[in-house]
Design a protein around this ligand. Structure first.
Ligand SMILES: [Cu+2]
Length: 469
């Protein structure tokens, strides 16, 4: 499983390649069909706030209204040039993250606005010159959420009547935002999940894996930090890899504000180790520790996760993979050469944990596109992928190319492996798929429930790419 950690290496070294050719990918990505309808809805979100004096002929009492639209990651203002004096900014957060509208030089700002929320900010005494506007959420200004308001004598405020509907995003604006998001892939965020967990060999002959359940700040996408409930501070939890016959001990310390327990899903264990409190054990109280012991009986593609207040603890991050035996070898044996691999060996093994709820939300391995990690292969090389669904919904996972050979379900090798380009992974399921790269390019890889992969601001959530070089 050492190749799991190589995913993060790929994330750095392939970013240039990804950026240089990802534009091409977008021409062919065919999941944007829902976009136009959604834009229309967003554009209606115009705050018809109160009466206006904009029709007044008074030269001093004219209130200028600027309509501001915040999205990931852009700020658009209509108009962007105003006369000196008082300006009312009518701000709508048309994005999906939290944003605010701020003029740091004047120390003026709205509160943080959730998706769909609006606010008004009145700024008086604006003088001729340029005023810098930003969103103050960490990283958002650098990602493009900045704009310049020009204050000039003689510019008309007439066009800013609040009776005028907010201009919908043009297709050019949409394309620009989508391109900006795409070009930021893979966006750098703090924290990498799925890291291999090293064991300590205990005096009594157990491979001992030490884990701490705790809440940490987790960066799901650039600037979006959430309270993640984690094993060892990462989402997904660390990968545990053992072999059949190993005596395994998982020592779990609970540093959460509530009790927990750990279920070993798809892994054969004695009943007392099944992690289902209060039946098989008492809950692990905050501050307490419990050890799960079993003899590994593989092969298995298992997962460990909370079994206490699980509908909160799991989607908030408390889940990870537990793999028994060498699945590169098992999968290649099952594939019987059908995928056209060059040397009969799998170069990489990848765990892809799917989530759609809790504080983490729609994500692949705890990250939302463009912060997801891309993968890379050379033509003729093979990747064995374990899709692991820890969410609440089925996710049809679609890799544009190559077609996958499904070799195992829930760690059980299929008698008749079959090819599929879209593999539905239901909650609790694990599907093991062999992909051998055939054609050079950047191949989109995403959940095919379109709202899990796309927004009017471009691709998001359960999207990554396979880069074949
Ligand atoms: Cu999905």
């Amino acid at each position: 499983m050492s190749d799991t950690s190589s995913g993060s290496t790929v994330q750095k070294s392939e970013s240039f390649l990804a950026k240089s050719i990802i534009g091409l990918m977008f021409v062919t990505v065919s999941i944007a069909a829902l976009v136009l309808g959604v834009v229309a809805v967003v554009a209606i979100n115009n705050n018809n706030g109160g009466s206006s004096t904009s029709s007044s002929s008074s030269s001093t009492a004219v209130a200028t209204i600027v309509q501001v639209r915040m999205t990931e990651f852009a700020v658009t203002m209509t108009p962007a040039t105003v006369p000196p004096g008082e300006v009312t900014f009518q701000v709508v957060n048309a994005g999906t993250l939290e944003h605010n509208f701020a003029i740091p030089t004047l120390d003026k700002r709205t509160i943080m606005l959730k998706s769909g929320e609006t606010a008004e900010l009145v700024v008086s005494g604006l003088e001729v010159g340029e005023v810098a506007i930003i969103c103050e959420v960490a990283g958002h200004e650098a990602s493009g959420m900045k704009a310049t308001l020009t204050v000039a004598e003689g510019s008309s405020s007439k066009a800013t009547s609040d009776t005028m509907p907010m201009a919908p995003m043009t297709w050019q604006q949409m394309d620009k935002i989508m391109e900006d998001v795409a070009l930021s892939f893979p966006a750098k965020t703090e924290g990498v999940g799925n890291q291999e967990l090293e064991y300590i060999m205990s005096a009594d002959g157990y491979k001992e894996f030490v884990m701490t359940a705790k809440i940490v700040k987790w960066e799901v996408e650039v600037g979006k930090f959430v309270d993640a409930w984690t094993y060892n501070g990462m989402v997904p939890g660390p990968v545990i890899h053992v072999n059949s016959g190993d005596k395994v001990r998982i020592v779990l310390k609970n540093e959460l504000p509530e009790s927990t327990s750990m279920h070993l899903h798809g892994v054969r264990v004695p009943n007392a180790m099944d992690g289902v409190d209060p039946y098989t054990q008492k809950p692990i109280d905050p501050g307490a520790t419990f050890s799960y012991e079993f003899v590994a009986d593989g092969p298995a593609v298992g997962m460990y996760h909370s079994h206490h207040n699980a509908q909160v603890q799991i989607p908030n991050g408390m889940a990870g993979a537990l793999i028994i035996d060498d699945w590169k070898a098992i999968a290649m044996k099952a594939a019987k050469g059908k995928t056209g691999d060059a040397d009969g060996k799998a170069e990489q093994e990848v765990v892809m944990v799917l989530n759609d709820a809790g504080t983490i939300g729609l994500s692949l391995n705890g990250k939302s596109f463009p912060a997801t990690a891309p993968y890379s292969l050379k033509v003729g090389e093979t990747m064995v992928v374990h899709y692991v669904n820890e969410g609440f919904m089925v996710h049809p996972m679609h890799l544009h190319q190559p077609t996958g050979l499904v070799v195992a379900r829930d760690g059980n090798v299929l008698d008749s492996p079959y090819f599929a380009d879209t593999i539905s992974v239901a909650p609790g399921e694990r599907w093991t798929v062999v992909y051998t790269a055939q054609d050079v390019g950047v191949w989109a890889w995403h959940c095919h429930i379109l709202t899990h992969a796309e927004t009017p601001q471009g691709m998001r959530y359960m999207v990554t790419a396979l880069i074949v070089g």
